[in-house]
Design a protein around this ligand. Structure first.
Ligand SMILES: [Zn+2]
Length: 73
C-alpha cells in the first residue's frame, strides 16, 4: 500500500479489505466514507462466519484501510 492512487472525491463508497482473524481469507468490504474517518463494527466473516471486530480508517486521500481486531465478544 505504498502507492497513492487518486480517486474521485465524490465517490462515497470505497472498498477496503481485511484478513479474517480466523480463516486467513482476505475479505473485501464496501466502506461508506460519509460514516466518518474512523469506524468500528462487528462483522461475520462471509467465508467462515467467525464474528470479529473490524476497524476502518479513511485516509485524507480518500483511501480506506480495514483490519480485523480479532474475535468479537
Ligand atoms: Zn473467516
Amino acid at each position: 500500500m505504498k502507492k497513492k492512487r487518486r480517486r474521485k472525491r465524490r465517490e462515497v463508497s470505497v472498498e477496503a479489505s481485511y484478513v479474517c482473524d480466523n480463516c486467513g481469507e482476505e475479505i473485501v468490504i464496501p466502506v461508506d466514507r460519509s460514516a466518518g474517518e474512523s469506524q468500528e463494527f462487528i462483522e461475520d466473516c462471509p467465508v467462515c462466519c467467525h464474528p470479529q471486530m473490524i476497524r476502518v480508517e479513511v485516509e485524507e486521500d480518500g483511501e480506506a484501510r480495514a483490519w480485523s481486531e480479532g474475535e468479537a465478544n
